[in-house]
Structures are given as C-alpha cells and as structure tokens.
Write a protein that binds this ligand. Structure first.
Ligand code: PLP
Length: 393
C-alpha cells in the first residue's frame, strides 16, 4: 500500500531536493569545524554558514542589524528568550494557543516569581489584539505568541500585537514554528524583536537545527542560557558579548546547517506556490469534511476563511475514539497523521477539544488532491463501520 504523509506540522517530509545529499557530502568529504581550525576548508565552511544566516535574514525581512543565532530548534530558541529575558517580578503575556515549548518554561519561571497572563483566544483560535492590550501591566516586559497554531492552523495577528508592543516599549517574540517557510514573515514590519524558527518544518531542512533572529537591543538585554567555548576571545573566562557568539556556545550542528542552506536555496523562488498549493488541499479537505457529520473541525472550518489559517487541520471525530480512527486510517489507506494533544493542551482547551484531543492532518507541498480524496474516502468508510470504534459511555 502507498503511504500518505499528512504530518507535515510535526516535521516536513519529503525534505527539499538535495538536502540529504548536501549533508552526506559534508559528512563524507570534510565535516570540519568552524571558528576553531585555521585552515582553508574550515574558512570555506564558515562562509557557507554565513551565507545561511544571510538567506534567513532575507527570507524573514529582518532588520539589517539583526543577527541569526542557531540552536537545536524552536524549543531551545524559546527557552533562550524566556529564561534569558525574564526575571522574578517581570510580567509576560502569551496567547492561549501556545505550545508547551512556551508553557513549560513559563511554568518553571512562574515558580520563581515571573507573572504570566494568558490572553484568551476565541474558540476558533483567533485572537483579538484588544485582549492582549487588556493584559498589559505596569511590569510587563514581553509578549510572546505563536504565529499560527500547530493544532488547528489559525493565524494570530502578530503585526497588530507587534505594534502594541512597540507603543509600550515591550519586547515582542514570535514562535514561527508553523509559519517559517510557508507564510510571509516580515520581522521588521511586524515589530518583532525575537523570531524563533525551526529548520525542519516548512523550510524543509533537517531536524537538529533551528534558531532565532534577534534585534541588537534585545540581544544586549538578554542573558545567554548556555555558555561555553565559542572559538573567540579564548583568553577570557566570561562569555563574549558580541553576536552570534554570545548565544552560540559549543560546536554548531554543521551538517544540519548545510542541509538547511540547501533547503533555503530551494526556496529561492519564494514560498507562494507551496502556500497556494497547501491551501487548495486544505480547502478541498474542509469541503469534504463538511459533508461528514461526525467530523468536527477544530478552529476555522469554513473554506471561505482560508486566509485566516494554514494547512493544519484538526478533527474531533465525535462518538469515535480519535486514536483508533487515526490507527484505522493508516491501516486502511496508509495515511499518517498525529493524534492527541499536539504538545499544546492550552490550545485544545481553547478549542474545546481537551482532553480527548484531535486527529491532525497537515499538508506539504508534495501532497496531492488525490491523496486528500483517498483520505476522505477512508474516513467515510471507517466511520461507516463506526460501532467498532464507539468509545465507552
Ligand atoms: N512551537 C510550535 C507552535 C510547534 O508546532 C513546535 C513543534 O511542533 C514547537 C514550538 C517546537 O519545535 P521543535 O520541536 O522543533 O523544537
């Protein structure tokens, strides 16, 4: 049986053309270190890493003086922002659609006296910027919100929230885990001080690399969470203050960065074609689901509101165990999905799908409308045998 990969919100597959080859070439032909070795091949590799940083800055319309810092992924980047910026007595605002990559570090920070406000989103995941405005306090230091929900794909109004933060002189951080590489991000235009991105989702690079872009004033104010060797100022025992070294201790994941560089090259012609394609698949899927009475779409279900969402669709199959349905989908038609709470319990509470969770279908540029149709047919068939899957009363 052919397989159908609808779990691109977790990680994209297949990766962009040439990513695996670029990584294998590096590993087999010279995975040297950078900023450590004084030889030509090390400098060559350093040049490729610099080029990767420049490509990311262009893609995200970063301010000229912003810096790209690599981390292992979005989780590490968000921990750096939260733990490096907030101190006891500070107040931070987040949305109610955040991933646990935000909520868990905040839980820890709250134990030590950081105040947290959660701006409530509507049951379709949308956020009225006024609710963020209402959360501001005298001691508000930062606002952090996801650009789009990893549960239901709803896009949050980051430009409006960024403008509010500028007005108040508050740091603004955005979790671009779901939008980087598929949806336009204008870091300067959206007044973003800190942008966390993954290499392995819609950028279609490998797992193991992500990072953040940061403006110089925030970089100066933020403490590094990880300190260590940088290959620079090695005569000193304190951490360099300059960028990116302040936030990049230890050897970088160079094969993953080179893979990401290849993925960014493939994106050179823009993200628009992939975006249009994924939204066409989303529209077709939502239309199909609307005729299935047991399929309750969490978030925005109306295909006429496509501009408010991405191609991440969560479905709660009422009267049916979602986990069993997801299992049956793979057995029946090879469809791979992600079932459960998607590391975002607060988002599921907002959407009314907690604690049962949902089956999440997320599309990528190489999915086809035929695959969507196969999936819809399989859902209808499985639900027609529904008694097998009835949950306990
Ligand atoms: N934030 C959101 C919205 C996500 O969807 C994810 C991953 O699914 C993360 C953060 C964490 O990303 P990573 O696992 O790449 O660190």
């Amino acid at each position: 049986m052919d397989t159908i990969y609808f779990d691109n919100a977790a990680t994209s597959f297949p990766k962009a053309p040439g990513v695996g080859r670029a990584m294998a070439d590096l590993i087999e032909n010279g995975a040297f270190n950078i900023s450590r070795g004084g030889y030509e091949r090390s400098y060559e590799l350093l040049g490729q890493v610099l080029d990767t940083r420049e490509r990311l800055k262009r893609l995200f319309s970063a301010p000229k003086d912003a810096c790209v810092c690599f981390t292992g992924g979005v989780t590490a980047a968000l921990n750096q922002f939260l733990k490096g910026t907030l101190s006891p007595g500070d107040h931070v605002i987040v949305s109610s659609m955040e991933h646990n990559a935000v909520m868990r570090p905040l839980y820890t920070l709250a134990q030590s006296g950081v105040e947290v406000s959660v701006a409530p989103c509507a049951p379709d995941g949308t956020l009225d910027p006024q609710t963020v405005r209402d959360c501001f306090q005298r001691n508000t230091k930062a606002v952090l919100c996801t650009h789009a929900s990893n549960v239901c794909g709803t896009i949050l109004p980051v430009a409006s929230i960024g403008a509010l933060c500028r007005e108040r002189g508050v740091w603004f951080a955005v979790d671009a885990a779901q939008t980087a590489g598929i949806y336009p991000i204008d870091m300067a235009g959206m007044s973003i001080d800190f942008l966390a991105f993954p290499g392995h989702k819609s950028l279609r690079g490998p797992q193991g690399v992500g990072g953040f872009l940061v403006t110089p004033p925030l970089a100066a104010a933020m403490c590094p969470v990880i300190e260590g060797g940088t290959g620079s100022q090695s005569d000193l025992e304190d951490q360099p203050e300059f960028l990116p070294d302040k936030f990049e201790s230890g050897t970088l994941p160079l094969p993953a960065i080179i893979g990401l560089r290849q993925a960014l090259t493939a994106l050179e012609n823009g993200t628009e074609t992939a975006y249009r394609h994924e939204m066409a698949l989303t529209s077709r899927f939502l239309e199909g689901l609307s005729a299935i009475s047991q399929a309750k779409v969490a978030g925005i279900s109306d295909p006429s509101r496509l501009t408010e969402r991405l191609g991440v669709v969560s479905v709660d199959f009422s009267l049916t165990d979602n986990a069993e349905l997801a299992y049956a989908l793979e057995q029946e038609a090879g469809v791979m999905t992600r079932v459960g709470l998607h590391c975002a319990p607060r988002a599921h509470q907002t959407l009314g799908t907690f604690p049962q969770g949902t089956v999440r279908f997320s599309f990528g540029p190489e999915n086809t409308s035929e695959e969507v149709d196969v999936c819809l047919r399989a859902i209808r068939k499985i639900l027609s045998q529904r008694p097998v899957f009835l949950s306990a009363p």
